[in-house]
Design a protein around this ligand. Structure first.
Ligand code: NAI
Length: 283
């Protein structure tokens, strides 16, 4: 499988990061979102990131221009007819993802791999929306994508060895480190991380300590680079809630019940850094 062109769906936090590392590795990238303005916003973020690299002397102006010339903006999933792999990074919602994969199945060439950057949703169920479940796989990047080394690669029930191998090879070509996991709710990363974040929100909700104190305890006491409430703001509180709901539904255990305070913040539109306010306020 010789992959040269990629489509990234969703130009938000994750999609723009994934698109950036693909373009930097020399892939032609169709960056897709619902509206042209969302695509342009994502491209703006990428351009700013690259400019920072130029300022730091890690990249020349010419190299930056070369990377930017690898992008093709897209608002039509039919553009997937040109690519060898699609990496979907739209919202964490099964209905939305199933609809996207069903449509991609119609347009993408038969040999194309359909990957999802889902944080927690079953790859096997996403694959069931297509007639090519053997070519559907999870490719779970970490946030912020240009910085974080890990990509969790999730095999659905039907994912073929050939597809797994191609995705592992591509991950390495992006200078990332692949780790193989099986398809269970939250995979490894979010099954371990998200209950900790949810518990931190419960400690705030129950008045055990202030948000600053909770973050400080986990930073200084556990040597975490950032506190769990700050991390939740970075991930996006809507995404955190979707993941907790997936764990709760998937395992049916009360220990995964999303904290009511998390639900309240999401209802208020306090989604974390991306909306300007979550547990903390951002400019
Ligand atoms: P985000 O809210 O920043 O971006 C989502 C983007 O998808 C938005 O630009 C939205 O307009 C677009 N979108 C929604 N529906 C679409 C559709 N039908 N077609 C095309 N574009 C569509 O969300 P974020 O944080 O980038 O998350 C995206 C995915 O990545 C989710 O599945 C999430 O669980 C996963 N993820 C998130 C991480 C995080 O730290 N935020 C880490 C790893 C995975």
């Amino acid at each position: 499988m010789d992959i040269k062109k990629v489509m990234v769906i969703g130009a938000g936090q994750m999609g723009s990061g994934i698109a950036q590392v693909c373009a930097q590795a020399g892939y032609i990238v169709y960056l897709n979102d619902l509206k042209e303005e969302f695509v342009q916003k994502g491209l703006g973020v990428i351009s700013k990131n690259l400019s920072r690299q130029v300022t730091k002397g890690r990249m020349t102006e010419e190299e930056k221009d070369k990377v930017l010339s690898n992008f093709i903006p897209s608002t039509n999933l039919q553009d997937s007819e040109n690519v060898g792999i699609v990496i979907e990074a739209a919202v964490e919602n099964m209905e939305v993802k199933s609809k996207i994969f069903k449509e991609l199945d119609q347009y993408a060439p038969n040999h194309a791999i359909l990957a999802s950057n889902t944080s927690s949703l079953p790859i096997t169920e996403i694959a069931a929306a297509t007639k090519r479940p053997e070519k559907v796989i999870g490719m779970h990047f970490m946030n912020p994508v240009p910085v974080m080394k890990l990509v969790e690669i999730i095999r659905g029930l039907a994912t073929s060895d050939e597809v797994y191998q191609a995705v592992e090879d591509m991950t390495k070509s992006l200078s990332k480190i692949p780790v193989e996991v099986n398809d269970f709710p939250g995979f490894v990363s979010n099954r371990v991380l998200m209950p900790m974040i949810n518990e931190a929100i419960y400690t705030l909700y129950e008045g055990v300590a202030t948000k600053e104190a909770i973050d400080e305890v986990m930073k200084l006491g556990m040597n975490h680079p950032m506190g769990p409430l700050t991390l939740a703001d970075f991930i996006g509180l809507d995404t955190c809630l979707y993941i907790m709901e997936t764990l709760h539904e998937g395992f049916g255990d009360d220990k995964y019940r999303p904290c009511p305070l998390l639900r309240k913040y999401v209802k208020a539109g306090w989604l974390g850094k991306k909306s300007g306010r979550g547990f903390y306020i951002y400019n």
